[in-house]
Design a protein around this ligand. Structure first.
Ligand SMILES: [Zn+2]
Ligand SMILES: [Zn+2]
Length: 768
């Protein structure tokens, strides 16, 4: 027997190895193995097992990692689709589906030595005092870890071993599981009574889950649950998961990393994971230690954990059989991975749901245009929760024209008179305020008033941000740090102006305006550890903070009943970026931040400060009108043939030498132009196309693309980043699966000059 192995090095090729007789009954598709490769030993995954190979004289597999096959056949299939669609080497895709803690040979269960009392024979020996004390503890506890016993009895391991020699105890290694939530007190929760809209949504999802694979109902197995903030989406998820469990299936719940707070996890654990079922919910996120991640993952693989909550990569969790996938806040850009494989976990979820016959629920208060459009054309089923569960009103939103506030003064103020007045009122009433600005630091540019010099990063085409607490200038792209100059480095003028606004300056201004207020800033400069995040939120909840100032970190999922005012300092900041999604992003962000106000008894109020107050993204957000925003935005996308009317592939060339990069980009353009012509030489086999819901038959397709639009090369919006020059080409087509394969083929044969690299990003979420 031979095994075909995909190695952990990106060669876009698989290799055959002989299966030695002693491993014959343990090697299977999905096994992780160690094999010889040249002089090295390399890890890989078995992708097929066969009788014989075309190759002669095969080297043998050296060993198997793990007791079980680590990659299930279904997840293997998903990885293969991902490699095809996202145009990356299959080895890279395969690698990304297993957490590093599982892939590595060294990682394993933690074993500790345990001391167990053995049945006492007739004549109990007379023991020295020390040994007797130790024995008494062991007898009482029946079983205790050696380290705990040594500590408790104030003794040494040697003394314990003496008891072992006398046949009174056994000392042996046992597995102890690392449970990141071991110290949390989880109180069971009961299903809540659903309102009519929630009940209708749940019924639609469970009907699809009842359908057997291949049933017609499954074709519409993807749902978009559009519900305003506070409309009770999570309760629908929880009850749908209960249905999956009742059917003997499991569920995966994806949550953006930033929303994966202890409170979120607790809601799922309280419903399903307590008492004898405490392993039922597994959590996968980046804050786990390698050991914890290993244990959580294996609990899933062994079927002891049936519900997985996690960020992006949890979509590859080996839940089997899978009944339901939930993607909460499906519009979030953090579902997209920014390095190879550049997948979007939401789209992978839809594909996995189709492959495994699982229902997929995408939830959002501000759905992506792509998902809502898919509902409009019947590919997804739209489910709506139009009201807040507690019948609270949506907060009242006022837009403040900052052009007026800026008139007459020296530049725009941080706070308009209206917002200042509103904050004063809250402080008087003892209510809380959240202020939002999506920019860290103190000021975003340091400018000479005489010669116009601006301090820029030596590695990036970007101005440096002034950080006041440490008196440093920092680059937010490459993290370059330099001291603040005392005078202009060019003309020696000591008058240097700080312009542009960051959270530190907002905090500073607040302290001056409201010296009596307790102000706390919350952004990634301040929060180095997750305890800080918990502590600040705890202080805010218990009323020890009056005003919380922060970046997008405070935009999501936080419920504070005493917050009656939300201020958005600079709403149109993201609007001026060169990205066709700028309007959509602004609308989503404003809606989310506004949703933080009025989650308690008192109605909330939101002040949106803007320099372009009549921009549609701001006006529709003010009226809480998603449909209105969708209709005008979709028209704009249609006219310019942007997604969802086409799909985008972004090709970026980068290197230290700008001329070489530019020249290479022009060469790539010529190669791409050939794809548009009739004589496209390479036969293509089509893969599945995601979120479109249709299966395209595998086949040999020859010829040109119907609708390939190529733009560029052009310098990237940020031409230079971390000392690399970047040029981009943007491709648009409706036949993305076909284009991905053509691009993979192109990448393989393309010869780029030394020092220039090309990356392909399918369905990019941003241009940068
Ligand atoms: Zn100067
Ligand atoms: Zn930089």
């Amino acid at each position: 027997m031979i095994a075909r192995v995909s190695l952990e090095i990106a060669l876009r090729k698989e290799f055959d190895y002989a299966i030695p007789p002693e491993l014959a009954d343990r090697v299977d598709v999905g096994s992780r193995v160690q094999v010889p490769f040249g002089p090295r030993k390399v890890l890989g995954v078995v992708t097929a097992v066969a009788e014989e190979s075309a190759q002669a004289r095969l080297k043998p597999i050296l060993k198997i990692i793990g007791a079980q096959t680590l990659v299930t056949a279904r997840v293997l299939k998903l990885a293969r689709w991902m490699a095809d669609y996202y145009c990356c080497a299959p080895e890279i895709a395969l690698k990304s589906i297993l957490p590093e803690a599982v892939r590595k040979e060294a990682a394993s269960w933690r074993e500790r030595l345990f001391v167990t009392a053995l049945p006492v024979q007739d004549d109990f020996p007379k023991l020295p005092k020390r040994q007797l004390e130790v024995w008494n503890i062991v007898e009482e506890r029946r079983e205790i870890s050696l380290s705990e016993l040594v500590e408790l009895a104030e003794t040494t391991a040697a003394t314990v071993r003496k008891l072992e020699d006398r046949g009174l105890v056994r000392v042996a290694p046992q597995i102890t599981e690392r449970d990141p939530y071991a110290n949390e007190q989880i109180l069971p929760s009961q299903p809540l009574v659903l309102n009519a809209a929630q009940a209708k949504a749940l019924a639609a999802v469970t009907t699809a889950m009842d359908a057997k694979q291949g049933d017609r109902a499954l074709k519409s197995g993807t749902f978009l649950l559009h519900g305003v903030t506070g409309s009770g989406k999570t309760e629908v998820y929880l009850q749908a998961i209960a249905t999956a469990l009742a059917q003997g299936k499991g569920a995966i719940v994806l949550v953006p990393e930033i929303s994966l707070t202890p409170q979120t996890v607790e809601r799922f654990k309280s419903r399903f994971s307590h008492g004898s079922n405490h392993t039922l919910v597994a959590v996968l996120h980046s804050h786990l230690s390698a050991g914890e991640r290993h244990d959580e993952w294996h609990k899933i693989r062994q079927g002891r954990a049936r519900i997985v909550i996690g960020a992006r990569s949890a979509i590859f969790a080996p839940v089997e059989p899978l009944g339901l996938i939930v993607v909460d806040e499906e519009h979030e850009h953090t579902y997209k991975q920014e390095e190879a494989p550049r997948y979007n976990a939401r789209d992978v979820a839809i594909m996995r749901g189709q492959m495994e016959g699982a229902a997929v629920v995408l939830g959002s208060a501000t759905p992506s245009l792509e998902s809502y459009h898919n509902c409009q054309r019947g590919k997804f089923t739209l489910l709506e929760l139009p009201e807040r569960v507690d019948n609270q009103k949506m907060p009242y939103v006022r837009v403040v024209d900052m052009r007026q506030a800026a008139r007459g003064g020296k530049g725009p103020p941080t706070f308009s008179p209206q917002l200042k007045e509103a904050i004063t009122q809250r402080l008087e009433k003892g209510e809380q305020t959240i202020l939002f600005l999506n920019r860290r630091g103190y000021s975003t540019a340091l400018e000479c008033t005489q010669c116009g010099f601006v301090a820029t990063c030596p590695n990036c085409s970007l101005s440096l941000t002034y950080h006041r607490p440490e008196q440093k200038l920092r680059c937010h792209v490459c993290n370059h740090i330099e001291p603040v100059p005392a005078a202009c480095p060019k003309c020696k003028n000591p008058q240097i102006r700080y312009s542009g606004l960051g959270t530190q300056k907002v905090e500073d201004t607040l302290n001056k305006l409201f010296p009596q207020a307790r102000v706390q800033r919350m952004d990634s400069d301040l929060l180095k550890r997750k305890e800080d995040y918990r502590r600040i939120l705890g202080d805010f909840r218990t009323g020890k903070i009056d005003i919380l100032v922060g970046t997008q970190m405070i935009a999501k999922g936080l419920h504070f009943p005493n917050v009656t005012l939300v201020g958005i300092i600079y709403a149109d900041m993201a609007l001026h970026q060169p990205d066709f999604r700028a309007g959509e992003r602004t609308f989503q962000l404003l809606t989310q931040v506004a949703g933080r106000a009025g989650r308690g008894e008192v109605e909330g109020e939101v002040f949106v400060q803007a320099f372009t107050p009549f921009h549609p993204a701001i006006q529709y957000a003010r009226r809480h009108d998603f449909i209105g925003f969708y209709e005008q935005e979709i028209e704009f996308r249609k006219q310019l043939n942007y997604p969802p009317f086409s799909r985008v592939a972004l090709l970026t060339l980068r290197g230290h030498n700008e001329d070489k990069v530019k020249f290479s980009a022009e060469h790539v353009r010529k190669e791409l132009d050939k794809l548009s012509t009739e004589n496209n030489p390479e036969p293509l086999s089509l893969a599945l196309s995601p979120s479109a819901g249709e299966r395209v038959a595998e086949g040999r397709v020859r010829g040109a693309f119907k609708d390939l639009n190529i733009a560029g090369p052009a310098p990237a919006p940020l031409l230079r980043a971390e000392n690399y020059y970047r040029y981009q080409l943007m491709l648009r087509t409706t036949q993305m699966s076909k284009l991905s394969l053509a691009l993979a083929e192109l990448v393989n044969r393309l010869e780029l000059p030394e020092g220039v690299t090309l990356t392909v990003d399918i369905d990019p979420t941003g241009l940068s």
